[in-house]
Each structure stands twice: as C-alpha cells, then as structure tokens.
Design a protein around this ligand. Structure first.
Ligand SMILES: C[S@@+](CC[C@H](N)C(=O)[O-])C[C@H]1O[C@@H](n2cnc3c(N)ncnc32)[C@H](O)[C@@H]1O
Length: 356
C-alpha cells in the first residue's frame, strides 16, 4: 500500500537533516516542506513514477524526485517559481534586454578572456551563455531544468561542441560533479574553470551556500566568481505606485514561504566569504529600465506576475481576487503616462578562489 506522509514540521529556515523513518539513513535535503512516499508494497521506482504521473499536471511539474533508499522516495516541491522552456523565452528575453549592458560590463570588469574556460550555472534559455560563448574558449553551462537545457542547446547551435556544452544538473547537489564527458571534449582532462558565473539563480535556491561551495570547487585556484542577484524589495516606480509595492511585497513573502530569499543580493558578500572566496568586490545597479519602453516593462511585469501569481495563490500568500486586482492595477499603471519603472536592485559580485 502506498501512503504519503508529511515530514514533521520544523522551524522556518531549518537546514538540519532528518532521519528517514524507513531506514537509518538521512539526507540533508529533508526540509519541512518536503513530502516522502513510503512504498511498503511496491518498492520500485517504476511504481513511484506511476504515482507521480497520476498527479495533476501542475503538481507534477513542480515536483522533483530522488531515491533515498530502497523503500523511500523523496518528492520536493521545486522552489523555482518562474516559467521554463518555451514559455520562459519572452520574459527572459525582456529581462536580458534590461540587463545586457550591465552583464557585459560585469564580464569585462572580471577580466573575461578569449582563452578562459567558464562554468555557467542556471543558464536558463541561454541569454548570458550566448555572450560567454562569444568571449571565451570553453563554456560548460548547467541548468537543473530539462526544458531550459533544451532551449539553450537549440539556441547556441552556432558554437561547435569544443567550445560549448550544456548539461542538466542541480548546483545544490551535495555530491555535485560534472559529467566526465565534457572534459573529454576539451583539450585533455581539464576539470576546473577560470571563471564561474551565475545570474539570478541563487535567489531561487533553498541552499545557495551549497551552490557557492560547488562553484568554488569547480574553479581552479585563483579562478574568478561572477554573480548577479536581486534585492527585490528595492523595486519601485517614480512617482510611487501602490501596485508595484504590493507586487514586490507579495513576491518577497512568496519567496520566504518557499524557503528562498528574493533579497539575496544583500547577502552575497557574506555567503561568498562563507564559501571560501576572497577579494570580494560588490556593487549595486539601480538605474531603472534603461532601453525599455513603458509598454515593454509593462509587458515584462505582467508576464512575471502570470508566472508566479498562481504559486502565490497555491501557497496561500494571496487570494485569487487579490491577484486579479493586482493585475488590473498594474495594467492601469502601465497606461498612465510618464511613469518611470525601477526594476529590482541588482547586486554584482566579483570574487576570487584563493591560490593556496
Ligand atoms: C531566472 S532564470 C535565470 C537564467 C539566466 N541565468 C539568465 O539570467 O537569463 C534561473 C535559472 O536557474 C535555474 N535553476 C534553478 N534552480 C537550479 C539549480 N538548483 N541548479 C541549476 N539551475 C537551477 C532555473 O531552471 C532557471 O533556468
């Protein structure tokens, strides 16, 4: 018989491991919001997949599964709240347009060179990957979402396989390692990188420190880390708009509920230090939606609302009526002439892995 047991509730933000009730093993990944399936009669992964497939599509899409021991499987609700694959292309394209110049300035400041090997984490649909491929010798990109991996793979067809590889992998995996095959495509057994890069990825992770430790390990001594993350609470319009304030407050609260920090930009220097990085340089970018028309930023914010809104309702952060009203208020705001929109503050980081 199959039963679904909720793990015991623990304090918000707790990262302590929980023992598996079916065997003596434990995983640090057992968090308060996780569900485990006990297969007392059907101890096979095939049966697990059948059970998962019987869930409604929306639930299936947010679950990721891992086998913990022979009889227990862990199902975790993914903390990623935005769209993926085809449906993410448009909003990520506008996001990339907002950020492109700052991203290029960031890469230049970090000293990206044509001879560099780069490890990119959370490549999404490949906006930065495309730039990295043009300016370095080798790019190994990862994303834990297969749709994003496919989107990046099909977008960067111009690059030959010696300069670009994209693989599906989870950067928060405690036993993270890249498939060996990628290094064979390079000029030997290179397994460490000159640069590691992530843009708007750590904000979606319940364990960003583990991700930074994995990026640290992927770098060669003296290698350079480049990060860009948001401080969502510093997003506003001039003149002030209640609707945008409500948008940011609801989104930050949703993040808290999902165990992620949408203001993580503020914590990056300290997280980098904890992961072992030195020479940490950090700066803010707050200069508004340069290059986007009011109609474009309006489209962007509405697309994003459509992506995370259903999650806010599902998580009990807002009611359907509140979200419908917020959408209407934002639509009205976008039609108001002369509004200047400041998207979330961005924090950029350059840090180094010590040489000894
Ligand atoms: C907001 S998108 C940013 C994409 C890209 N970096 C950009 O700036 O255009 C975040 C990406 O991180 C990926 N991601 C989320 N959690 C991840 C994890 N644990 N390991 C690897 N990638 C992850 C998501 O699938 C998504 O593609």
């Amino acid at each position: 018989m199959t039963s679904i047991n909720r793990l015991p509730e623990r304090s918000e933000g707790s990262r302590a491991p929980t023992e598996c009730s079916e065997c003596d093993r434990w995983r640090k990944r057992f968090y308060a919001r996780s569900w485990i399936l006990h297969f007392t009669a059907f101890s096979s992964e095939r049966r697990l997949i059948e059970v998962i497939n019987s869930f409604p599509r929306g639930i299936r899409d947010i679950l990721k599964q891992s086998s913990v021991c022979n009889r227990v499987f862990l199902l975790m609700a993914s903390s990623y709240i935005l769209s993926t694959g085809e449906s993410a292309v448009e909003s990520l394209k506008l996001q990339a347009q907002i950020m492109r110049d700052h991203t290029i300035a960031h890469l230049e400041k970090a000293g990206l060179k044509p001879t560099d090997s780069v490890f990119e984490v959370g490549c999404g649909t490949g906006d930065v990957t495309e730039i990295l491929v043009q300016h370095s010798h080798l790019v190994v990109a990862i994303d834990n979402n297969s749709k994003q991996v496919e989107a990046t793979q099909s977008r960067i067809h111009a690059a030959d396989e010696h300069t670009f590889v994209v693989v599906q992998a989870d950067i928060t995996d405690e036993n993270f390692s890249l498939p060996r095959s990628f290094s064979e495509k390079d000029d030997g057994l290179r397994i460490s990188f000159d640069k590691a890069y992530a843009r708007l990825v750590l904000m979606h992770l319940t364990n960003p420190l583990q991700a930074l430790r994995n990026m640290f390990n992927a770098l060669m001594p003296g290698g350079v880390l480049m990060l860009q993350e948001s401080v969502m609470r510093i997003m506003y319009t001039v003149p002030h708009s209640d609707a945008v304030e409500q948008y940011t407050n609801t989104l930050v609260r949703l993040g808290e509920k999902m165990g992620v920090n949408f203001n993580i930009g503020e914590e990056l220097p300290s997280l980098c230090e904890q992961a072992g990085f030195t020479d940490i340089e950090s700066w803010n970018v707050d200069d508004g939606c340069a290059g986007l028309s009011q109609a474009q930023w309006g489209a962007f914010i509405l697309m994003r609302l459509a992506e995370w809104g259903p999650r806010a309702i599902e998580q009990g952060i807002a009611t359907q009526e509140q979200m419908i009203k917020l959408k209407g208020d934002l639509e009205a705001l976008i039609q108001t002439p002369g509004i200047k929109f400041y998207p979330a503050r961005q924090v950029h980081i350059i840090a180094r892995k010590p040489t000894v």
